[in-house]
Structure formats: structure tokens, C-alpha cells
Design a protein around this ligand. Structure first.
Ligand SMILES: *Cc1c(COP(=O)(O)O)cnc(C)c1O
Length: 407
């Protein structure tokens, strides 16, 4: 196999044109869109208008004249299409961390007689911290289980399972419908964290019969650093009174009536708390317009193809040099990034970044390569593996030293 095969795949790629809509330096192979997605080139012009015309000239009038009032609702509707939900089951708010906190408390309130929260070994730290803190405050048991043991761990004592659909480390992807069904058999609820899923792999919350979900928008959805996160509350849970522990005025049914008593919105917007971050919300709205132009089936098919090609090349060129493929080989059980394991860990990634290949490192020994379907070319996969191969073969990474410890 040679580079020409990958060039041909790019020529045939139905999403090949999408990359032109993003600002990406020519001399970079950017494989970290699963941490911070690239910037859509249409965003700066939108923000210029928002800043100068809407904030600068329009001032307070822009809440209505520029329709800031409905911005989070519009973005929620755009996200709903990407995750297979009704628009009113999605709210755009806060960070994934804060949304998980709100939804976990709401879920526990719906399962008051149950004593256990289940989390996954090695899951994203913030998710585990939130679950542990809430378990402790409520006197509940926190049960952390291996990914393979999740279905067996769910029983009649389980109140809620909190799980990343795609693991931020290995890229392992759960069979969400099957785990959700299992939880429901026992009367438990599931909160899916979709941060590494939406925009890369199929997400269909209604088909999964999902209860609750959270996710971030700055990874595969290119919303920009710290762009607002989303949450999903199924209609059936809204209807039985799922309630936010932060009943702020933006979650009120009619915030601008300024009534003395709190009346939660009839939609997932009841989980909004305070004034939304309009600048980052509108940057995200602009970024999401790119998704109107692509076929989601083509997006998820490209994720499969890119990760498969990367793994094939890694097996041929990198495994003989001491790297292991740490991501699942079954595409249905895999997300949008490929993790390699190598003892050089941080130093290897440092050497790659110096050579223009940007992935990231997760301690102690994982190297992650995110293959965002809208921005990654097949030749990027080929070229990246070539650079990794030369770094491992030459041993130059040994000159990099240890990870700096920043306070
Ligand atoms: C990226 C990510 C987050 C990020 O949470 P923030 O509150 O936005 O910092 C949370 N959970 C998972 C699984 C993630 O991958």
C-alpha cells in the first residue's frame, strides 16, 4: 500500500469538500479535533457582526432585535437533529460537568429508594468526580465497574448509570441501546455522556430509548474553546417532573414575566440556570450550520474508514516499533479516535508535535489521534503514521524529557 491509495480515497470522499470550510494551517496534521475542533472560517465574520452591530450598536435591544432571546433554543434544535431527539428535549447550557451534576441529581430524585450510582472504571475524570461527590453527599454507594461488567452490575439497587458512550481514553464505544434496555429492565436510569460521540459516530437517543444525556460542543462539533454544552432529558422524564437542582430564572416557563414563584419550563430548558453566553452560543450556531450541509450517514461511515485505515497502518508500521493499538478493532465498538500505547507516552507526542502532527497524550502511556470526519483527509492518516514511524524508529522522542508539572 502506498500514499496514492489514500489520495484516491480523498478524491472519492463525499465529505472531501467539507475541510475547506475550516481554518487549518497547511503545515499541520491536526489530529486533536476530539479535544478542540478546528475553527469554521464562517465564525469570525459572524462574531464581528455580533460584536459590532448587535452588542456595540444594538445593545440591550439585541435580545429582541437580533433575537438573542431564542439563540439557545435555535442551537438546541440544531443539536437535536444530530442526536436523534426532539428539539424540546435538548437544552444548551453551561459545561458538560455542570450539566451532568444537574442531571444526576434530577435522576436520583426520580429514584429515591435506590442506593447505588454506577460509573465506569477509567471514565472521564470530571464525570467520576461529580458522581462520587453526589454519592457522598447523599449517602449513596458509588460502584465503579469495568466496561465489560456494566450490564451485570445493573440491578434493582441501581439508581443511575453514568457512562461515556465513547471512552475518552481507548475510544471504546458502548452498545447504548442494549445497556439502556438492561438498565430499564431493572428500573434504573442511564445518563450517557456523548462528548466523544456526537459528530463522529451514530447517536440516536430515541432509538436508544435514552433517558438522559450530556455532551460538549467544542470537540467534533467545532463550537470553539469552552463553547456551551448540551443536555438531553427525554420527554417522558420531563412529563413526570424531572427537576433541576438550580431553578434559575432562565429555566422558568416565562423568565421575562418576572413572577415571584418558580414555574419550570415545559421543555428541557427547565435545566437552564442563568443568562446564556451569547457570544459563544452564536459562534456555535454558526459552526453547526456546516452540519446542515452534510449527510450524517456519510460522516459516521468516514469515521469508521479513517479509524480502520489508521489501525491497519499502525499494525503494519508501528506495532513492530513497540506501539500497541489500544482501541477496539471492531468498528461498531469504536469511536472517532485511535489510541496507541507506547512507553514513551508524553515524550513521543512531544516529538510528533514538533514535527507538525498534533494528537494528544493521556497518562501514563496513551497517544490519542482524533480523526474528525469533516476535517481529516485520508492522506493525513498516511502522513501521520509516517511521522510516527520515523519518530519511533529513530528514538528522537528520548530527547524530549518528561511532562512538565504545571501547578
Ligand atoms: C470533554 C469531556 C468532558 C468535558 O467537560 P467540560 O465540563 O466541558 O470541561 C466531559 N466528559 C467527557 C466524557 C469528555 O470527553
Amino acid at each position: 500500500m502506498d500514499r496514492a491509495v489514500f489520495e484516491a480515497l480523498d478524491r472519492e470522499d463525499p465529505l472531501g469538500a467539507a475541510r475547506a470550510a475550516f481554518a487549518l494551517p497547511d503545515d499541520l496534521i491536526y489530529l486533536d479535533g476530539n479535544s478542540l475542533g478546528a475553527m469554521p472560517t464562517r465564525v469570525p465574520a459572524r462574531l464581528e457582526r455580533v460584536l459590532h452591530d448587535e452588542w456595540g450598536a444594538g445593545l440591550i435591544r439585541s435580545w429582541n432585535a437580533a433575537d438573542w432571546v431564542s439563540a439557545t433554543r435555535r442551537v438546541a434544535a440544531a443539536l437535536a437533529r444530530l442526536v436523534g431527539a426532539h428539539a424540546d428535549e435538548i437544552a444548551l447550557a453551561d459545561s458538560t460537568t455542570v450539566n451532568l451534576h444537574k442531571l444526576l441529581i434530577a435522576a436520583l430524585d426520580l429514584r429515591p429508594a435506590r442506593e447505588r450510582i454506577v460509573v465506569i472504571d477509567g471514565d472521564f475524570p470530571t464525570d467520576r468526580y461529580i458522581a462520587a461527590a453526589i454519592a457522598e453527599r447523599r449517602g449513596l454507594e458509588l460502584q465503579s465497574v469495568a466496561p465489560d461488567a456494566v450490564e451485570d452490575a445493573l440491578d434493582d439497587r441501581t439508581a443511575v448509570l453514568v457512562a461515556s458512550h465513547v471512552s475518552y481514553r481507548s475510544g471504546r464505544r458502548f452498545d447504548a441501546p442494549s445497556i439502556t434496555a438492561r438498565a430499564h429492565q431493572h428500573g434504573a436510569l442511564v445518563i450517557w455522556d456523548l462528548s466523544h460521540s456526537t459528530g463522529a459516530v451514530p447517536v440516536d437517543l430515541h432509538a436508544w430509548d435514552a433517558d438522559l444525556a450530556v455532551g460538549c460542543t467544542y470537540k467534533y462539533l467545532n463550537g470553539g474553546p469552552g463553547s456551551p454544552a448540551y443536555l438531553f432529558v427525554s420527554r417522558r422524564l420531563i412529563d413526570i417532573g424531572a427537576a433541576s437542582p438550580i431553578p434559575g430564572w432562565f429555566g422558568h416557563d416565562d423568565p421575562f414575566a418576572f413572577t415571584a414563584d418558580y414555574q419550570p419550563a415545559g421543555s428541557a430548558d427547565r435545566f437552564l440556570a442563568g443568562t446564556p453566553p451569547i457570544l459563544s452560543t452564536l459562534a456555535l450556531e454558526e459552526a453547526l450550520t456546516l452540519w446542515d450541509e452534510v449527510d450524517l450517514g456519510e460522516v459516521t461511515a468516514k469515521t469508521r474508514a479513517l479509524t480502520e485505515r489508521f489501525i491497519d497502518l499502525a499494525d503494519t508500521h508501528l506495532v513492530p516499533l513497540g506501539a500497541d493499538v489500544a482501541s477496539p478493532r471492531d468498528a461498531d465498538g469504536r469511536g472517532g479516535h485511535v489510541a496507541l500505547r507506547h512507553d514513551g507516552g508524553y515524550a513521543v507526542m512531544g516529538a510528533l508535535v514538533e514535527r507538525g502532527v498534533i494528537g494528544d497524550h493521556r497518562p501514563p502511556d496513551l497517544l490519542r489521534f482524533g480523526l474528525s470526519p469533516l476535517t481529516t483527509r485520508y492522506v493525513d492518516v498516511w502522513d501521520a503514521v509516517e511521522v510516527i514511524r520515523s519518530v519511533l524508529a529513530s528514538g528522537v522522542w528520548r530527547d524530549i524529557g518528561r511532562a512538565p508539572r504545571v501547578p
